[in-house]
Design a protein around this ligand. Sequence first.
Ligand code: F0G
Length: 397
Amino acid sequence: MSEWLECIACAHRYDELEVRYVCDACGGLLSLERDTFLDRNSFDDRRTSWAPIDQSGVWRFREAVVNLDRVITHPEGATRLYEREGLFFKHEGENPTGSFKDRGMTVAVTQAVRVGATAVACASTGNTSASLAAYAAQAKLPAIVFVPTGKVASGKLAQTLAYGATVLQVRGDFDDAMRLVREACDKLGIYLVNSINPFRIEGQKTILWELFQDLQWEAPDWIVVPAGNLGNTSAFGKAIREAFANGWIAKVPRLASIQAHGANPFFRGYRESFATRHRMSAETIASAIRIGDPVSWDKAVPAIRDTRGVVEEVTDDEIMSAKRAIDGMGIGCEPASAATLAGVRKLRASGVMKDGEQIVCVLTGNILKDPEANYRPENVREIDATVDAVEKVIPKP
Ligand code: F0G
C-alpha cells in the first residue's frame, strides 16, 4: 500500500515525507491520498482489542489515516454518542484535552516526529493550542502557539500553559496569527500543525467513521458541525467520500456547517453558490470560531457540494440559548459547539431538515473550556449559615 500528498487543484503528487502544506506548482491545498483500504470489519474487531493503538478512535482506522504502527497516541477518540430529545450528539469534548482537535493532533505530531521536526507550532483560538501542547509534551518536542491577545477562553489558555507550550500573544485577530505562523514556520523551519497540514485532516475524518460505527454503519440523514477555519467541514467531506467509495456506508449523509453570524464568510459564499471567496473581520461570543479568513475554504466547498450540504448562520443569542439547552440536558459544551443545535433549530424551522430525519450534532468542545460562558447569576445565592435561609431559597416543587 502506498500513500502520497496530492494537490486538490492540479493533482500534482508529492512524497508523503516532504514537509509542505501547499502545492509548489499552483499554491493549492494538499490532501493525503492512498490506493487501497481495508474492509470495515477489521475496524469493528479492533473495538474489543486491548492494544492502545486499537483503543484509539483514530488509529483503529490507521490503514485509512496514516499507515503506521508507532504513533504518538494518548489514546484519543472513542467518544460517546448521546441520544436526547430526538437528536444525537457525538461529544468530541470527551477527548483527552477536551476537544476534537486531539484526533488531528495525534496524527500531525506523529508525522512531525516521523519527519524529524525539532519544534512544532500552530495559530489557535485555544483548542488547537491546548491539544498541540499536550501531544508535543508527550513527544518531547517544543511547542510554540500563536494566539490572538485577549481572545482565548481562559480554560484553553490555562491548559496550553500547563502542558508547557510557549504562548505568543499576537496583537491582532486569529487570522493575523494564522498568517504569521505560516510565515514563521516557513522561514524558521518549524513544523506547522494547523489544519492546513493534511495530516490533521486525516485524523479528524475519524470523528465520522467512529460515528458510523456507533450507528452500526447506518449513516444518519444529517451531520451538523460548527464551522470556523473549515478543517472539520473539509475532513467530514473526505470522510464521507471515502466511506461511501469503500462501501462502509450505503448512503451519503448531508452536511450542515454552522457559522456564527459575526464570523460567517463561508455562509456568505454559500449564499452565492461559492462564486467568490469571502474574507471579513470576525466577531462572536463563540471565540473558537471567531475566524474571518478560513484556510481550508477550497476543501470545504466540495464537502458541502458533494453531500448536498448546507451552510447556515446563527446569532450569538441563538448560540447561547442552544448552549443552555445542551447544558440543561446534562451534556454540556462550549459556545461554538452549541452552534450546531442553534443551526438545527433554524434549519427545521425553515423546512430544510424534516420531521423523522436522523440528525447528529458534533459537539466539538468541553463545557469547562470557556468558564465565563457558564456563569448563570440567577442560579447563585449567598445565604447565612442557617437552615431557615436554605429553606427560603430552595426551589418550590
Ligand atoms: N468548535 C471548536 C470548539 C473549535 O475549537 C473550533 C476550531 C471549531 C469548532 C471550528 O472548527 O476550524 O475546523 O472549522 N478551533 C480552532 C482552534 C480554530 O484554534 O482551536 P474548524
